[in-house]
Design a binder for this molecule. Structure first.
Ligand code: PLP
Length: 282
């Protein structure tokens, strides 16, 4: 298939990444994952907005206007005839002789985007998945969608080794987020999720869920909660671009609620599908 490399649609085989690309050497860059349903980008504006914000936070200037970037991504999806899947895109600070400080004068960022077919995880969304509590050892700027993911991948690996789908991270007593998702709990009919501060990535799926809650009078608080709160929650789910709304029915081997996806979780899943259908008709 085709990929975008520094603005050009080219064959993947023809892309060469320099060994002194700062993304490769330092993880000095940012990325996004965008869902494609029915050949259309879901929450495209929100993802592009977050990419620009991540760029601003670390001094990487995205080399295209927002609408030009959107057009390029849509072209890529059409070129590859992608129906259901994702776009992965990343921008590194660029190529420069290895030294920690930002290059002066500035260099051109390296831009890469490609598509990948990916089904919605419908079976797991129906049955629910297992979670493992893991200490959050990451840095203090988790609000940046940085290429540096060592803390995240170590957490996910721990979860996988325990046969769990996701690592649910906590800093001391406070639950923050999953290794590649946000975390919600339901207790006595009220939803809670960690506020969008430096300790979590403000997920686009999280934002869609908050909007759905508002429009449907479902009580939700952007308030942190504890390890004890999540262990005794009525319902738990995680949210992400690829996993949408994924019920967590077991945590550290203990059953949550009655061991099945909860009523509020299921209602939100249904409303989320309606959002997809509204935005990605075709
Ligand atoms: N938190 C982290 C650490 C993530 O990596 C992700 C996405 O992969 C999310 C949250 C969820 O964000 P989104 O809903 O935008 O995919």
């Amino acid at each position: 298939g085709k990929v975008i490399f520094n603005g050009e649609l080219v064959e993947r085989e023809n892309v060469k990444v320099d060994i002194e690309d700062r993304g490769y050497q330092f993880g000095d860059g940012i990325y996004e994952v965008i869902r494609v349903y029915n050949g259309e980008l879901f929450t495209k504006k929100e993802h592009v907005q977050r990419l620009y914000e991540s760029g601003e936070k670390i001094g990487i200037k995205i080399p295209y206007e927002k609408d030009v970037l959107c057009k390029k991504l849509e072209e890529l999806v059409q070129e590859n005839h992608l129906e259901t899947g994702i776009i992965y895109l990343q921008i590194s600070r660029g190529v420069s002789p290895r030294q920690h400080g930002y290059p002066t004068p500035e260099v051109e960022p390296t831009f890469v985007a490609y598509t990948k077919p990916m089904d919605r995880p419908e079976d797991l969304m129906k049955s629910g998945a297992k979670g493992l509590l893991v200490e959050d050892i990451r840095w203090l700027r988790c609000d940046i969608k940085s290429l540096n993911l060592l803390g995240n991948i170590m957490a996910k690996q721990k979860a996988a080794e325990s046969g769990c789908f996701e690592a649910i991270q906590h800093r001391g007593e406070t639950v923050t987020e999953g290794s590649s998702s946000n975390v919600f709990i339901v207790k006595d009919g009220i939803l809670k999720t960690h506020p969008a501060v430096n300790l979590i990535l403000n997920g686009i799926t999280r934002q869609v869920i908050l909007r759905i809650c508002k429009h449907n009078q479902i009580p939700v608080k952007e308030e942190s909660f504890t390890v004890d709160d999540i262990k005794t929650a009525d319902e738990i789910f995680i949210s992400s671009t690829t996993s949408e709304i994924m019920p967590i029915i077991q945590l550290d081997g203990s059953v949550i609620g009655n061991g099945e996806p909860g009523e509020i979780t299921k209602k939100l899943q249904k409303l989320f599908v309606e959002e997809i259908q509204k935005e990605c008709k075709n």
